[in-house]
Design a protein around this ligand. Structure first.
Ligand code: 5GP
Length: 318
């Protein structure tokens, strides 16, 4: 037993059910788990099967789990089968990440909440609903832009309106989490704007491409990353009539009509995001029905805030 060694905790990045695994040496000796569960590893002596305890509900239940090497091979093979018609498949998917316990002091800043998902899946609408549901608790960043201020817009509310040289200087000084150009103007979200919301004691809601998470993937921000995933193509087709809710434009009265190609793109982009950045996602919400997805998200964020012990990636070294 590893009593005098540092305890090793892993978060599983995949579901595992010994009943579905023909390679398991003894079904009763193995333990099943869900993606996101935290396991304490007791022994890694065997290359294929490790001994671990499941920490769900505070009850430690011990047994065998597939080692990183074994599960990585199995997941890669499964992915290859799925991608067998594609020229390029995703890289080998991660299986577990090392995590460390974190007890949040109520005086500390809230964790940054990062919502990610393919365009049209409903990230903006979920963010809007969260904000409306409790504007004193949730906050959003104010982006920077170099375009002209419109008559009804307010500096510091709709945007921070800045000159092109100022924006470019901020790019050079790495002040943006992300930025881009639209209609010949710069737009971007600065780290300062995130800090401002967090300093107000609010939960800052940020939506960025998963490739940009790395800028805030630190102990300072402790991002809780929620992946908003589209349902299957059948359900997307069925909900097409409700497209205006899914794409978050219900207040504007405009309906975005999704084509079959849009659905396929959304699903394929979601697959790419999951295979490349899935190890960063702490929660996955399937948005088939926006009202249900919102309830699930709100309840999950409340649960996280009330959870005594959270598990953060060891790489943050808090
Ligand atoms: P508008 O000029 O009408 O306010 O915004 C036009 C577009 O600018 C938006 O639809 C969006 O694509 C882009 N935009 C707004 N804020 C940001 C931001 O923070 N970052 C990036 N990359 N684009 C933004």
């Amino acid at each position: 037993m590893a009593s005098n060694k540092k305890k090793l905790f892993l978060r599983a990045l995949f579901d595992y059910d010994p009943d579905d695994d023909p390679a398991v040496p003894c079904k009763d000796a193995a333990i099943g788990f869900k993606r996101g569960d935290v396991l304490q590893v007791v022994s890694m002596e065997d290359d294929t099967w490790w001994q671990a305890c499941h920490l769900r509900d505070g009850n430690a239940r011990g047994g065998l789990i597939p080692s990183r090497q074994k599960s990585s091979r199995a997941r890669e093979a499964a992915r290859r089968r799925r991608w067998s018609t594609g020229v390029h498949g995703p890289t080998r998917p991660p299986t577990y990440i090392e995590v460390i316990p974190y007890h949040r002091d109520p005086k500390e800043r809230h964790r940054l909440v990062v919502l990610v998902g393919p365009d049209g899946v409903g990230v903006n609408e979920l963010k809007r609903r969260l904000l409306l549901s409790d504007p004193d608790h949730y906050g959003v960043t104010v982006p920077h832009t170099t375009r002209e201020k419109r008559r009804q817009e307010k500096e510091g509310v709709d945007y921070h309106f800045v000159s092109v040289p100022m924006f470019e200087e901020d790019i050079l000084n790495h002040r943006f989490i992300e930025y881009g150009r639209y209609n010949g103007h710069y737009y971007g979200t600065s780290l300062d704007s995130v800090n401002r919301v967090m300093a107000e004691g609010k939960v800052c809601l940020l939506d960025v491409h998963p490739g940009k998470i790395k800028h805030v993937y630190t102990c300072e921000y402790k991002p809780y990353v929620v992946f908003v995933k589209p349902p299957g193509i059948e359900e997307l087709r069925l909900t097409r009539r409700r497209a205006k809710f899914i794409c978050g434009e219900e207040d504007k009265g405009s309906v975005r009509v999704f084509s079959e190609e849009d659905f396929e793109d959304m699903i394929s982009l979601a697959d790419d995001m999951e295979s490349q950045c899935g190890h960063l996602f702490e929660k996955v919400i399937v948005n088939g029905d926006i009202a249900m997805a919102f309830r699930e998200l709100k309840a999950d964020l409340e649960r996280v805030e009330q959870t005594e012990v959270q598990w953060l990636p060891a790489e943050w070294m808090c």
